[in-house]
Design a protein. Structure first.
Length: 277
């Protein structure tokens, strides 16, 4: 008869096999058809370990599970990412890291199975990234998410990306001074079109964009998608502002804009002066 007990690793502080509050895998130990068996079950889930032992006892022999190929695990994970209804930009980041970088790395290094991606492999994978520290930190979390997905499905017994780390130094950046902003705004008057002509419609669009970014606080990705219908009068009928739906929090926010009064630039006039097409 087989029983499931913990097989604690060297890094685990638990020395008692009865201790189960850790992520170490279970092993099957006992007699099966007159033969002594001590075999890792490659899972930290007690329910999964017991189910595997039942299958072995029913079959009368140890059944080896076929390791899942990396391509199959990645395909399943990306289907799950798509089903989460995440934003397109977020899905593209997962695609770049998991479907492109990870699969290409595994093919070049000869890692066909998911279990081949141990701590050494994912550390070497991390070294190939050209990312800045802040971006690398985000990608490490995405990689951890991928392995958590695999662990939940019992495709691997540990999360090798959990031990990856990168030091991010946040540098305080000072905003542009008033003189610097004036020079930026003045440079838009020198911006030429395809025929090297200045003062054309494209320069006006660029100037309006700079003003909106300065006085609305919007991200560039949100500012370039603004529509005329989003420029509306304030609740009191005095002045104009932008009605913007913030993508991350999914709610509308009204942002008042300067109209030339109080010594501030006429951002509203710059927007209203843009061509309608």
């Amino acid at each position: 008869m087989l029983k499931a007990e913990k097989r604690h690793g060297l890094g685990c502080r638990a020395y008692d096999r009865a201790h189960t509050k850790c992520t170490c895998p279970y092993q099957a130990i006992g007699m099966l058809n007159g033969a002594f068996v001590r075999r890792s079950l490659k899972t930290s889930s007690y329910e999964r370990a017991v189910a595997l032992i039942r299958d072995w006892e029913t079959a009368g022999a140890v059944k080896e599970e076929k390791p899942i190929p990396i391509e199959e695990a990645v395909a399943a994970y990306m289907r799950d990412v798509g089903a989460r209804n995440v934003q397109r930009d977020t899905k593209q980041k997962f695609h770049t890291l998991i479907e492109e970088r990870l699969l290409n790395f595994a093919r070049k290094r000869g890692y066909p199975r998911l279990k081949d991606l141990n701590l050494h492999a994912v550390t070497e994978f991390r070294i190939t990234w050209p990312d800045a520290p802040a971006t690398a930190q985000k990608n490490i979390e995405r990689l951890r998410n991928f392995f958590r997905f695999a662990m939940d499905r019992e495709w691997c017994t540990s999360n090798p990306a959990s031990k990856l780390n990168v030091r991010v130094v946040v540098q305080q950046k000072d905003p542009f001074s008033a003189e610097e902003f004036d020079r930026i705004l003045e440079a838009t008057h020198l911006y030429g079109d395809g025929h090297w002509r200045t003062g054309q419609a494209n320069a006006g669009e660029l100037r309006a964009l700079v003003l909106v970014l300065r006085f609305s606080g919007l991200r560039i990705s949100d500012a370039v998608k603004l529509e005329r219908t989003q420029l509306i009068r304030g609740a009191g009928g005095d002045g104009f502002g932008l009605l913007v739906e913030q993508q991350k929090v999914r709610r509308s926010v009204y942002i008042p804009l300067p109209d030339g009064r109080d010594g501030l630039p006429d951002v509203v006039g710059a927007l209203l002066g843009l061509p309608s097409t």
